[in-house]
Design a protein around this ligand. Structure first.
Ligand SMILES: Nc1ncnc2c1ncn2[C@@H]1O[C@H](COP(=O)(O)OP(=O)(O)OP(=O)(O)O)[C@@H](O)[C@H]1O
Length: 248
């Protein structure tokens, strides 16, 4: 069992060392050494079954069976966003955002947070009256109102249509620029990773096989970076629409 050392707020870096997770014979995750700097926006990509969710769950502290001779160091204040918003259907929007928090101050913060995600005036609505994109925005408000040092997101926009997804990208970029949490976001989408991530990690069989900090200056740089990631994912460049959510 790996001990989790909670770093003080000033050092909200993430460190993983010699960490592994197996299910029976299968090694789902095997990370030697990974450091994520405070405020860094990291996207994790990889084929289906490459270990992305396993890594995210380990970072979230949701997996007690992560083993290894090393350790995980993660900031204490973490929020997790999933593909589905996981809102409580019987609670109003504002109650979903404040869930588990007490006091008038948190209600005020929740209202501010809802305004931030463009949902001012919808506080008393119930989740069933919101669109999928709006529900995900409530989930985002719920995450951010906790002022996480580390925001973990597992395909948070995977279920949204293309236009809503682009809007969510813009919103997330703006909010992350304001709050400056460290972000680790799992995606199947190379373009999403390139558009959001300052750093992109490619996972294969539980290992980090590529670690890039793309800084494309020209359209050609961007294309080259995209091809590099696709090649690491084993996707035929001539058929770049190949789906990554299908195992190799
Ligand atoms: N609860 C479990 N029991 C057994 N095997 C599991 C379990 N969870 C994950 N695995 C296995 O561990 C490996 C990594 O799974 P993981 O869910 O992390 O992959 P992923 O990259 O997130 O995949 P996807 O993109 O399909 O969500 C896979 O081979 C998977 O079958």
């Amino acid at each position: 069992m790996v001990s989790t050392h909670h770093a003080p707020p000033a050092t909200s870096a993430v460190h993983l060392r010699r960490l592994s997770r197996s299910y029976g014979e299968k090694t789902a995750l095997s990370v030697d050494d990974l450091t994520i700097a405070p405020g860094e926006f990291v996207c994790l990509i990889g084929r289906s079954g490459s270990g992305k969710s396993t890594l995210l769950r380990a970072l979230a502290g949701l997996d007690n069976d992560v083993t290894g001779s090393g350790h995980i160091e993660v900031p204490e204040r973490r929020s997790v966003l999933f593909q589905d918003s996981r809102l409580l259907p019987w609670a109003s929007v504002v109650d979903n955002v404040t869930l588990g928090l007490k006091g008038e101050a948190s209600r005020v913060a929740a209202r501010d947070s809802l305004a931030d995600v463009g949902l001012a005036g919808r506080e008393s609505d119930y989740p069933s009256r919101l669109s999928g994109g709006e529900q995900q925005r409530v989930a985002l408000a719920r995450s951010l109102v906790r002022e996480p040092q580390l925001l973990l997101a597992d395909e948070p926009f995977g279920a949204l249509d293309a236009l809503t997804r682009l809007r969510m990208h813009a919103l997330l970029r703006r909010l992350v620029a304001e709050h400056r949490p460290t972000v680790v976001l799992v995606t199947h989408d190379v373009d999403e990773a390139l558009s959001l991530g300052e750093r992109v990690l490619v996972l294969e069989d539980g290992r980090v096989v590529l670690d890039r900090r793309p800084t494309p200056r020209t359209a050609q740089d961007r294309l080259d970076e995209r091809q590099r990631l696709l090649a690491a994912l084993g996707v035929d460049e001539r058929n770049a629409d190949q789906r990554l959510d299908v195992p190799a």
